[in-house]
Design a binder for this molecule. Structure first.
Ligand code: PLP
Length: 408
């Protein structure tokens, strides 16, 4: 162990982000290193939920669609997320889940590239993206091929047959980060479109969809954005595509005039055509309130602190000899640490038993999310100490730690 308690307390005292921890409600006795899976609870959420349930729903009833402007909430929250991902006003809407948004974005992108048949993805990344691509390809019945290649072969795999590069910026398992601007330029050079999955990017570090010239993007509300379990997701489309894009889930709330109840579908102007049905107002209000935690936050400072937490954690556990699955170059990773251990599942259960909450990913990954708005240097240092102790004493080696739960 290279650092002492006094050292890390000193780091916390000089941390410019230290005060943001007040914006979160965190349980005692827990060091939470799973904000990459389910973000912690921002304090602003509880009061908003009380108000929305008691007043907007309870008293306003259906009138609140107008009086509290529920109807435009997807766009308003979308614009707030847009500010975190380099997307201009009117280019992001909140809707559905990431999986459903992938379906809509890919459907729209394939329509814009009707002469091409290949959907290119990174092999070994979060499977819902490839599942959705395969399902859509099958439904279309036009012989689309879902082609999976290793991350470092994506650029070389781009050719005139590729319709869409559907890439997750940060790999959920390793935390390795793709170069968004470079890959987008390479895709455009062969005439392909890009869809970026920002599930492990949005709210974690600065993303600039505009500067990268990305075509479409999707991402999660419940991970780094802290919107709560099952929070609705977001979808982005570059303004240049708005007029020409059509997505396949042509529900009434993506219609130009939903309350005309017209017989024929005609898409709304702009990003609103990416909507399908009635938005989940309660969840969306929670996500909106959660975004208050990002007010005034500089995501460059968030990434800089995440990098220091990464160095602290990996330095403290270096002596354990566990493989580091995450790139050491800060520019090539997101804000998680992934370590390999052949009994990673049991080790993680032992950690959780000691109040250090991360998660396990197949086959051998211990995953720790670094969320600088609510994590202190002292927390990460303590987590490293507990991990060292569990490995040194083989405290993980018990039958109850091997029992698999439904959700890991
Ligand atoms: C978490 C995650 C998802 C989640 O999809 P849902 O439809 O919200 O369940 C999708 N893609 C990636 C890369 C993820 O990490």
């Amino acid at each position: 162990m290279a650092y002492t308690l006094a050292d890390v307390q000193q780091l916390d005292r000089h941390d410019p982000l230290a005060d943001y921890r007040q914006r979160f409600s965190l349980p005692d006795g827990v060091i939470y290193l799973d904000g990459n899976s389910l973000g912690a609870l921002p304090r602003s959420v509880r009061a908003r939920m009380d108000e929305v349930v008691a007043t907007q729903w309870g008293e306003g009833l259906i009138r609140s669609w107008n009086t509290h402007d529920w109807i435009d909430l997807p766009g308003r929250v979308g614009d707030r997320i847009g500010r975190l991902i380099g997307a201009g006003p009117g280019t992001v809407t909140v809707a559905d889940s990431t999986s459903v948004n992938l379906f809509k974005a890919l459907g729209a992108a394939l329509r814009l590239r009707q002469d091409r048949r290949v959907i290119l993805l990174e092999a070994g990344d979060f499977p819902t993206d490839a599942y959705i691509a395969s399902g859509l390809a099958e439904l279309m019945g036009k012989g689309h091929e879902v082609r999976l290649v290793a991350a470092d072969e994506l650029a070389a795999a781009l050719g005139p047959e590729v319709a869409v590069l559907l890439a997750t910026e940060v790999n959920y398992r390793t935390g390795a980060r793709l170069e968004m601007a470079g890959l987008t330029a390479a895709a455009h050079a062969v005439g392909a479109l890009t869809i970026w999955d920002l599930c492990h990017s949005a709210g974690a570090f600065p993303v600039d969809l505009g500067a990268a010239d990305a075509d479409f993007a999707v991402g999660c509300g419940y991970k780094y954005l802290n919107g709560g379990p099952g929070a609705p997701a977001f979808i982005y489309a570059a303004a240049r595509h708005h007029a020409g894009m059509r997505q396949p889930l042509t529900g009434w709330l993506g219609h130009a005039a939903p309350f005309s109840f017209a017989a024929d579908y005609s898409p709304a102007e702009g990003i609103a055509r990416m909507r399908a049905g009635t938005p989940p107002i309660l969840s969306m209000q929670a996500l909106d309130a959660a975004l208050d935690a990002f007010e005034g936050v500089d995501l460059r400072a968030v990434k800089a602190k995440a990098d220091r937490l990464f160095d602290l954690f990996t330095g403290e556990v270096a002596g354990l000899g566990l493989g580091l699955a995450t790139p050491t170059d800060p520019g090539r990773r997101g804000t998680q640490v992934s370590l390999r251990h052949p009994e990673a599942y049991a080790v993680m259960q032992a950690l959780i038993g000691r109040g250090v909450v991360g998660d396990f990913r197949e086959p051998d990954i211990l995953r720790f999310g670094l969320t600088p708005l609510y994590l202190r240097f002292e927390d990460v240092w303590n987590a490293a100490r507990v991990l060292c102790e569990i490995i040194a004493t083989s405290a993980w080696d018990r039958p109850e730690f091997r029992r698999r739960a439904k959700v890991v």
